[in-house]
Design a protein around this ligand. Structure first.
Ligand code: ARG
Length: 419
């Protein structure tokens, strides 16, 4: 008799992946092994392995990947300034390649030839999982049950779960689809599908409404070394603890709520609510420090590259030579992004309240309007003459443009150009 095929399944313990375990066992007559990655989500993971076993998994892994996630995935994206469509810090997008890596590692260890995920056929996550698996283990086959099976609604899945004795938690009554890790929470479905309406209060999981936030602001000083946050308020801190603290403080002050209509890779626009207090604070503070320490050309060029980096991450291309090359560029720019930024959090608002660096390029003697001023004002005259020369030349020839001509003053083409 042939051995049963082994399938390693990305398992969260939620309804879809629970039903998936049983469905794979039945449909593929397979030996199913579950893989759950802890990416620092607050949702309780205790009991997830027992639940997997109760659903029929032959083995269940629970692996804490939080530190690796923060240091190897989140911080590079932070240094790059990567916000998808200028807004979304990409908690989910950054998490998928690491979960794919976990699947591959367990598949290798268990000698499995198949891996499976619980992503739908119209989201970005299926792409991120499958392209990442293809990069890390081109020989593995991926199964996406949600694209294959015939359940048409959550109700049908719940009925299947009841029939097969799959434990279904009370949270399936939530109208939202939620994905969460330490870098942020993504909430969609339910009333949120209507982009004309404000999100209902119950859509938010970790931030208070700005109007309910404290009446006194919080000031936090964040210390960066080479673009990486290393301490808060003068205390050095380990990466995971630092991000958790900023999630707490930001959440308490209603900071980090993002309501976004975004362009998915699969061509549709979707509306999603994000809560990402730490990501919002860190991106903001990091950029403020770059404003002080990067020279103009690098700052401008890097902000264009940030959009490319975000697209790449969002589109599932983490394990690519381009991402590595971009990281090398970004790291070169971060050499002197060392210093502190103080931010003020107040009723959902986030502002800078001071920045400082040994490598600050802000030169008070050049910037000041006092008697200390060392800027050579006279040099500006010659500078402007040469700088504006092509503009002047053009408009001497095309004097009818930019509102210079009326019917009483018809176009006259001048041929002798004065400098
Ligand atoms: N739209 C986000 C992304 O593509 C999040 C996807 C998961 N969201 C969710 N609510 N389950 O990265």
């Amino acid at each position: 008799m042939m051995d049963k095929p082994k399938i390693v399944v990305a398992y969260s313990g939620g309804l879809d992946t629970s039903v998936m375990v049983k469905w794979l066992i039945e449909t593929y007559d397979a030996d199913v092994i579950t893989a759950t990655g802890n990416l620092g989500q607050r949702k309780e993971l205790a009991g997830v392995r027992e639940k997997a076993s109760a659903t029929g998994a032959s083995k269940a892994y629970l692996v804490d990947l939080t530190q690796e996630f923060v240091e190897e995935y989140v911080f590079p994206a932070l240094k790059a300034g990567a916000l998808y469509e200028k807004a979304y810090p990409m908690a989910t997008s950054l998490g998928r390649p690491l979960l794919a890596k976990l699947l591959v590692e367990i598949a290798r260890k268990e000698g499995a030839t198949l891996v499976a995920h619980g992503c739908t056929g119209k989201g970005n996550d299926q792409v991120r999982f499958e392209v990442s698996v293809a990069a890390l283990a081109p020989d593995l086959k991926v199964i996406a049950p949600l694209r294959e099976w015939n359940f048409k609604s959550r109700e049908e899945e719940i009925a299947y779960a009841h029939q097969h004795g799959i434990p279904v938690s009370a949270t399936v009554s939530s109208p939202y689809s939620i994905d969460e890790n330490i870098w942020g929470t993504a909430v969609e479905c339910g009333l949120l599908e209507d982009p004309t309406v404000e999100p209902p209060g119950d859509a938010f999981q970790l931030t208070v409404a700005p109007e309910d936030a404290p009446n006194t602001p919080a000031y936090i000083t964040i210390e960066f070394e080479k673009g990486i946050p290393v301490g808060i308020d003068g205390k050095r801190m380990e990466s995971v603890a630092l991000v958790n603290i900023l999630n707490d403080i930001g959440g308490d002050h209603g900071v980090g709520r993002i309501d976004l209509v975004e362009n998915r890779l699969v061509g549709i626009k979707s509306r999603e609510i994000y809560e990402a207090p730490a990501a919002t604070i860190l991106h903001f503070a990091h950029t403020e420090l770059e404003r002080l320490t990067l020279d103009k050309a690098v700052f401008h060029f890097k902000s264009q590259l940030a959009a490319e980096y975000a697209n790449l991450v969002y589109n599932g291309l983490w394990y690519t030579p381009l991402r590595k090359a971009l990281d090398a560029f970004v790291d070169e720019t971060q050499k002197y992004v060392t210093g502190t930024v103080t931010v003020k959090l107040y009723k959902g608002n986030l502002v800078v309240a001071g920045r400082d660096s040994l490598y600050s390029l802000y030169n008070a003697k050049l910037a000041t309007y006092t008697g200390e001023d060392q800027f050579d004002h006279r040099s500006s005259e010659g500078f402007i003459k040469i700088y504006g020369l092509p503009v002047k030349t053009y408009h001497q020839v095309h004097s009818n443009e930019d509102g210079q001509s009326t019917s009483e003053h018809p176009v006259v083409v001048k041929t002798d150009i004065t400098v």
